[in-house]
Design a protein. Structure first.
Length: 266
């Protein structure tokens, strides 16, 4: 007489629930670390900055893995960070395409002037942005990607400049209402964002796992980025111009994206 041991429940959990749970945990951890940034004393901000970058990159990695698998996730992370490293090296040594700038030694270990944490920052929200860009327009996805990641940097750059993480020496005029950030930086991010968007859009498959969780975690990060960028600059960082310009720029792709997702629910 044989005894059957039923393992379907656990197997189903591992296949369907486990990836979603990991993705939500890393997403909420990333958001939680960013929430406490304005409340921390100055001597703790540097270590928290490292943690925030790593947490958001990990959340993006978990989102990519849970929806598309290990090969896709590894390819996305390597391509994004390698691209970020190359363009930052070019930027630091030639002042193109962002303008003339230099990084502070406070950002830790660096290779030829580029701290290793910087390429990882390119991966912070690039995967949710890729999903957004593909949803809005498969044909124009690289352009949508480039605009959206440029809009995200409108929030990031002033914060890091004010904290002394890097310094601008560019002769380019400032972005309107965003003091201390040259217009050339926005142009550089748009150009590089389009290039990265093209690499990811055409280089990564569109198909998801049959048991892939929804893109809700990526949507939460996108929505949080807009909300926190506006509220943080208005009430914590004394940069109302950044809140206005960054909020408007990021809302341009986010609002139609969320509207399209809302319409498709019906």
């Amino acid at each position: 007489m044989s005894v059957r041991v039923y393992r379907g429940g656990y197997a189903n959990f591992r296949r369907r629930r486990y990836p979603a749970i990991l993705t939500w945990i890393t997403t909420l951890l990333a958001i939680a670390t960013q929430m406490i940034y304005p409340l921390m004393p100055d001597d703790r901000l540097l270590s928290l900055t490292f943690f925030i970058v790593a947490a958001f990159a990990l959340a993006g990695l978990m989102q990519a893995w849970s929806a598309h698998g290990t090969k896709y996730a590894a390819t996305w992370l390597i391509a994004t960070t390698l691209f970020g490293f190359v363009v930052e090296e070019i930027g630091v040594h030639t002042a193109w395409p962002f303008g003339e700038y230099s990084y502070s030694d406070s950002l830790g270990l660096a290779i030829a002037g580029v701290p290793l944490i910087v390429p990882l920052a390119w991966a912070m929200i690039s995967h949710p942005i890729l999903i957004l860009a593909r949803r809005i327009s498969a044909r124009w996805a690289p352009l949508v990607f480039g605009w959206t990641i440029m809009a995200w940097d409108l929030f990031l750059d002033p914060l890091m400049v004010d904290a002394g993480r890097w310094t601008w020496n560019s002769e380019s005029p400032d972005i309107p209402f965003v003091t201390g950030i040259p217009l050339s930086n926005a142009a550089g991010w748009l150009l590089c964002g389009i290039a990265l968007g093209a690499i990811l859009h055409w280089g990564l498959p569109h198909e998801q796992r049959k048991i892939a969780p929804s893109s809700a975690t990526g949507d939460v990060i996108l929505g949080w980025t807009l909300f926190s960028g506006v509220i943080g600059n208005l009430f914590f960082f004394d940069r109302p111009g950044t809140a206005l310009v960054g909020g408007f720029a990021l809302a341009l792709p986010l609002l139609p994206y969320f509207f399209m997702k809302w319409i498709s629910r019906g």
